[in-house]
Structure formats: C-alpha cells, structure tokens
Design a protein around this ligand. Structure first.
Ligand code: HEM
Length: 486
C-alpha cells in the first residue's frame, strides 16, 4: 500500500515537472501557473474583467498569465496600449495562430490573417468601403434605407414594450449585407435567419469553457466533443455564403459592382491567375469576417445605448432637443449633421465607452522579440490588449463609473474625444469598419430619438447594467418601451 502511494506520488511529481511552466527571463510577472491548466483554474471566466483588474493592481500595467502552457501578456491602461499598438505598431500587429478561432477560419479573411493576405485584403476592404461612401448609392442612403424598416416596426409597436435584441442584430446584419451584396434580406429570410443562428451558437461556444479546453489541450482537438459544432457551423456558413457568391457570379455586370462581392470578383478577374491572394475561398472567408465583425459589435453597442437612454431620461431629452433644433424641417438626418450636435455626439461616444463592446480586443501577437515597459517579450507571444482597462481607467475620465456624456464635453460644451477613447483599438490592426460603425450608430440613434421616446417599462424592475461577458459584451436582455413623439 505504502509502495503504491510512493509510486503514485513519484508519478505525479514527474508529470508536474514534465508539464511545469516557467516564465522566461525578464518576462512580465503574473500569478504562478499550474501544469497543464496554466492560470485558467484561478480565473473566473464569467467575470474575467474583474479578475484582470485585480491582477493589474497586484502586478502592474503589464503582466502575464498562462492559458494552458501558452503564455499571454495582458496590456492595461492607455499609456501601455499606445506604446505597444501605436509606437511599436508593426511588432504588436501579429495574430496568434493555433487557437480554435484560427482553425475555424482556415487561414482566410482579414481579421486573423497576417502577412500579404491580411495586408492586401485590409487595403481592399478600406478602399471599397470608402468608395461605397462616395458611389452612386451612398453608404448613408443604404443605412437610412434599413432604418426605415426599424422605424415602421417601432411605429407598429408604439405604446408597447418590445424585445430589441434580435431587431438590432438583424438591422446591423442587413446594413453589412447591403455593403457586401448590394441587397438587404427580409427579416424572415432563410439566409439571414440561418447565419444569425449559427453565429449565435458559435459565439456561445467561443465564450464558454469548451473553447478554452480546445485551446489549452491540443490532444483533445479531434475528439467528438461539443466544440466540433463550431466547425460544423462554420462549414454551413461558408456554404450559404458560397451560394451568394455563385449567384453574384451569374448575375454580375463586370465594372458595375453592386457591392463589395462584385468588386472582389472584378479584382480577381483583373489579377488573373497570378500568385495573388484573391480567390474564391478567400472571398468567402473575407465575407464571413466582415459580416460577423460588423454585426454583433454594432448591435450590442445599440443595445447598451438604448438601455442607458431609457434609464437616463434627462440625457435622452437633451439629445432630442438638440436633434429637433438642428434638423428642423429636414426630412432625414445626415452624418454631416453630427458637427452641429455636440451633446448627441458626446452621448453616442459615452454609450460606446460604457458598452465596452470588445473588452479584451481581438488577441494580438508579437512579430519579433521586443521590450515593453522594461520587460522582454519574445516573438510569437500572445498579447491581450485589455481595452476595457482603458475605457474605464480612473485617471482618464471625469466620470469613469457613470453613464455621463460630460466625459466627452469640455467646459464650453464642445465635443472632445479623449485619447483613452479606444473602443476600435489602435494601430495598424484598428477596426477597419470604424467609419461605417460610427455612421450607423449616429444615423440610427438620431433618427429613432427624433421619432420616438424610449421609456423603461413600469414592470421591469431595477435596471441591471452589468454586461454579459464575452468576446463581444452585451447587456442582459431587457424590454424597450416605445412611445411616439408628437
Ligand atoms: C461599434 C462597432 C464596432 C466595434 C466596437 C469594433 C471593434 C473592433 C475591434 C476592437 C477590433 C480589433 C482591433 C485590433 O485587433 O486591434 C476590430 C477589428 C475589425 N473590425 Fe470592428 N468594430 C465595430 C464594427 C465593425 C464593422 C461595422 C465592421 C465591418 C465592416 C468591422 C470590421 C472589422 C474588421 C474586418 C476587423 C479586423 C481588422 C484587422 O485585423 O486588420 N468592425 N473591430
């Protein structure tokens, strides 16, 4: 008996030594990892931001944790973020490569790729998005067109309280579809419903323990565990986008693009069969990236904005007064009007700050050995730029813990944007849909606030602002009370 216990003890000790993780020399400090799991068992995955805050108080603005055996450096606060993402822009512009999300996208698209594929597709996306803003049917018209569907839905429900979650999701999805395909989908359409459902399912798995297990324990990756669903869903989404691309190929008129897909097909034709990274598989990955990077982010921000507007009627009223004065008899708002609406602009930026939509950013990686704030960080290290720590940094905001548009107003009541406003991140990887997102948020909020008053339903209890943590954060489900303004 004693012999077996000693053998067991020796066995455990050997395993411990074998899988022991040791921080490299002069690596950022952090909690002691345990074999195989790293620090994951010490972190509360449902309230990770709070744990990250405590670690920052203990170890400083740059610290490290272990995801399984993989070290990750967490960056906190605006100064560190600027130093890494802007000053050392190229060094911190990589992406980690062996995570579940990488295996899902199969090296395609723009969000997770690196090197020439990333550069060429990022450039192409930026130019095409800009051109659509200038083209015959401007981006603004596309967005206003989609807003008319929400307006009529809300008009039908005036006097009631609705569940806005799916509505805003479909609106954001359709606006991107207008850009990608030149067309919108009815809210009952199969393509729209299927993709939103599959994306929701995948988001749930990514935000849960199975994604962690996949990333942490490569040996388990081929087993029939629940994370396989992510890849099955990925294939279904690619198939349905492939059908859109086939239809576009059949009906397109070269040189007369209806949306980004046609532009891409024109570009493929122009480039011919050279070694370029433009091909049909890439196109589908690219569409998938743009659709999903632009849907949840925008719709969750809107959900936070309306939650705070309903529960801060003074802020809502002040925006409505400003909107009425600036728009007067004008039929529709235009993005240009924002320059005359400092308070409304401040409210929208404040909504983005408190929404904290992508709290831990999309993970980065170092592209070569470097030094940050006195620590050595080797090439290929996973970097977690904690944007939440910047948007809530106490030294950077007048009212860090409240919803208060004054965070974006100076003493003269003019709109100002502090450097810690980083919901879209910073540097060469910064969100490429920022322009589109800002236009969407402005036009949707201004149009709806002009037409409706939003009230917190009497029977809804005390509002709960605590976000549901995830790659993108969302508020807990709530109902939106809708009243027509006269
Ligand atoms: C309020 C809305 C949005 C927020 C808060 C947001 C935020 C972000 C953040 C934090 C990143 C990661 C940046 C980094 O890695 O440093 C990102 C990347 C990205 N976003 Fe957005 N985003 C929004 C809307 C959009 C929209 C509408 C689109 C679609 C056109 C879009 C497309 C992308 C793409 C393609 C990337 C990857 C860029 C790259 O890796 O080079 N985003 N976004």
């Amino acid at each position: 008996m004693l012999g077996s216990l000693i053998l067991l003890w020796i066995g455990f000790s050997l395993l411990f030594l074998l899988f022991r993780t040791r921080r490299p020399n002069n690596f950022p400090p952090g909690p002691r990892p345990i074999p195989i799991f790293g620090n994951l068992l010490q972190l509360n995955l449902v309230d990770l931001l709070n744990d990250f805050k405590k670690l920052s108080e203990r170890y400083g603005k740059v610290y490290s944790i272990y995801i399984g055996r993989m070290p990750a450096v967490v960056l906190n606060g605006v100064q560190v973020m600027k130093e890494a993402l802007a000053t050392q822009a190229v060094v911190f512009a990589g992406r980690p490569q062996d995570l579940m999300i990488n295996h899902l996208v199969e090296g395609t698209g723009v969000v997770l790729t690196t090197g020439p594929i990333w550069k060429e597709h990022r450039r192409f996306a930026l130019i095409t998005l800009r051109n659509f803003g200038l083209g015959k049917r401007s981006m603004e018209e596309r967005i206003l067109g989609e807003i008319s569907y929400i307006t009529s839905h809300l008009e039908k429900n005036a006097g009631k309280a609705i569940e806005p979650q799916i509505l805003f999701h479909k609106v954001a999805f359709n606006i991107i579809c207008c850009v990608l395909f030149g067309t919108r989908f009815k809210h009952e359409d199969e393509f729209l419903q299927l993709n939103i459902r599959l994306f929701e399912e995948n988001a749930k798995i990514f935000n849960g323990p199975w994604a962690m297990i996949y990333d942490m324990l490569p040996l388990l990756r081929h087993l029939p565990l629940p994370f396989q669903k992510v890849f099955q869903n990925g294939n279904k989404m690619r198939k349905s986008l492939g059908e859109q691309v086939s239809q576009h190929k059949k009906s397109r008129v070269p040189g007369e693009p209806r949306g980004l897909t046609d532009c891409y097909l024109d570009e493929m034709e122009k480039r011919g069969d050279d070694d370029s990274s433009f091909n049909e598989k890439q196109l589908i990955g690219f569409l998938l990236d743009l659709l999903f990077a632009g849907t949840d982010t925008t719709s969750n921000t809107l959900l936070f904005a309306f939650l705070h507007l309903m529960t801060h009627p003074d802020v809502q009223g002040r925006c409505q007064k400003e909107i009425d004065e600036v728009l007067g008899e004008k039929e529709q708002a235009s993005f240009e009007d924002r320059h005359m609406m400092p308070y409304t602009q401040a409210m929208i930026h404040e909504a983005q700050r408190v929404a904290d939509t992508v709290p831990l950013n999309v993970f980065h990686a170092t592209t070569k050995d470097t030094r940050l704030m006195g620590y050595d960080i080797p090439k290929g290290t996973l970097i977690i730029p904690n944007l939440s720590s910047v948007l809530n940094e106490e030294s950077q905001w007048k009212f860090p813990h409240d919803f208060n548009p004054s965070n974006f107003l100076n003493d003269q009541g003019e709109f100002v944007k502090p450097e810690a406003f980083m919901p879209f991140s910073a540097g060469p990887r910064m969100c490429l849909g920022e322009g589109l997102a800002r236009m969407e948020l402005f036009l949707i909020l201004v149009t709806l606030l002009r037409r409706f008053k939003f009230v917190w339903p009497d029977d809804a209890g005390v509002p709960d602002y605590t976000p549901i943590f995830g790659i993108t954060q969302r508020p807990k489900p709530y109902r939106l009370g809708v009243r027509l303004r006269l």
